[in-house]
Write a protein that binds this ligand. Structure first.
Ligand code: SF4
Length: 378
């Protein structure tokens, strides 16, 4: 099987694609990459339209009880200045974001038990009652009781990345935790009624293309509504500080392949991409992404939420961040989503064997001289 045939196969019937096909696609090089990205962009347009949904992220606590080897917030990083926003500050930051027209607020923190079920219930309820927004939580693993309470308070979505589908790598990188518990929590979130988002990190030490292929198949298995696909950016104050960072091309390949396999997912252009390339998010929006998550945390806290170094927008006022995000979307000829950007409507399914995406691949295959051999796609 060649790259061209694997691409033709995923376009003809994404459900028939296997791990080996995905490895070929993920390893796309030079000219192949252009074709891969074009296909992903076409599918994004067909399934998700031109809208880019904005999710305003409030990083409300940089305290974390865990010790993930790749993360600057890890408990053992004593160099990091920690902060916790009080409920009033969180609500006020959300109000500023809502006044700017953002329709989703993401409440994100390290795994921080300081925020009890009751505290979070009050914050979520205040956001849902006082502001016209959807609420996403990204708080790590919480107890079933807590999750039910958050849902009762009105939270709509939960973001919990599995980071890697390799159980051994997961345990090595996230000491004291295991993939099984993470996946069980993802299932519980779905049962509790959340729209569930997950995702992975590209370029982790010890990760292979096969690992990435399995990550994407796991995303499909989990049937989540959004998948965050972002690069590994080593933080100097972590045990992986001297490792190589995630490669831009590999990350864009993974993003594009995820779009090909899962055309109806929301896929963010992750902020971490801008830390590896000045146009990282723009490039992601051209190869399958349809969501951007501007940071709306008050500027003075931002540098202390140091998951990875050189985060864009440190010290910046949320209004500036949102304004620049909107400018980027409009410069790219895309439009800002005006709704809440909830889970895509799965009842809408364009025909699989489509002419439009087939055109680009057919053109490429014709050039490669093996259109007939692989059967074509038009
Ligand atoms: S990845 Fe999440 S759980 Fe792990 S140390 Fe960082 S903030 Fe904590």
């Amino acid at each position: 099987m060649s790259f061209e045939k694997a691409l033709a196969k995923v376009i003809a019937d994404a459900d028939a694609v296997n791990e080996d096909d995905l490895v070929l696609l993920l390893g796309a090089a030079s000219e192949e990459r252009k074709l891969l990205y074009d296909q992903a962009d076409i599918l994004r347009g067909m399934w998700m339209g031109s809208e880019v949904h904005l999710r305003g992220v409030i990083e409300f606590s940089s305290c974390c009880s865990l010790n993930c080897l790749y993360c600057g917030l890890r408990a053992d990083n004593k160099k990091l200045k920690r902060y916790r926003m009080i409920p009033g500050e969180i609500i006020s930051a959300a109000r500023i974001a809502a006044e700017m027209g953002l329709k989703t607020i993401v409440l994100q923190s390290g795994q921080d038990p300081y925020y009890t079920k009751e505290m979070l219930f009050e914050i979520i309820a205040a956001l849902k009652e006082g502001l016209d927004v959807a609420v996403t939580l990204s708080l790590g693993v919480r107890s079933p009781k807590d999750l039910r309470a958050f849902r009762e308070a009105g939270a709509d979505r939960y973001l919990l990345k599995f980071e890697t589908s390799d159980p051994g790598l997961f345990e090595k990188l996230r000491p004291g935790t295991n993939l099984r518990d993470r996946l069980e929590c993802l299932c519980l979130l779905k049962e509790t009624g959340f729209q569930v988002a997950s995702g992975n990190i590209i370029g982790l030490p010890g990760q292979t293309l096969t690992t990435l292929a399995r990550d994407i198949l796991l995303l499909r298995e989990l049937d989540v509504v959004m998948a965050g696909v972002g690069p590994f950016v080593p933080h100097p104050d972590t045990p992986l500080g001297r490792d190589a960072r995630g490669d831009l091309e590999k990350t864009l390949n993974a993003l594009a392949v995820t779009r090909l396999l899962l055309p109806y997912f929301h896929l963010p252009a992750t902020t971490a991409l801008d830390a590896v390339h000045p146009r990282g998010r723009r490039l992601a929006l051209q190869c399958g992404a349809n969501v951007v998550m501007p940071n709306v945390t008050p500027g003075h806290y931002r540098e202390h939420y140091s998951i990875y170094p050189n985060k864009p927008g440190r010290g910046e006022d949320p209004r500036t961040t949102v304004k620049e995000t909107r400018a980027m979307i409009s410069e790219m000829g895309r439009i800002e989503g005006k709704g809440y950007g909830h889970a895509p409507d799965r009842s809408y399914r364009p025909r699989r064997n489509l002419t439009r995406p087939g055109v680009a691949v057919a053109r490429y295959l014709k050039k490669a001289g093996d259109l007939n051999e692989c059967g074509g796609t038009e």
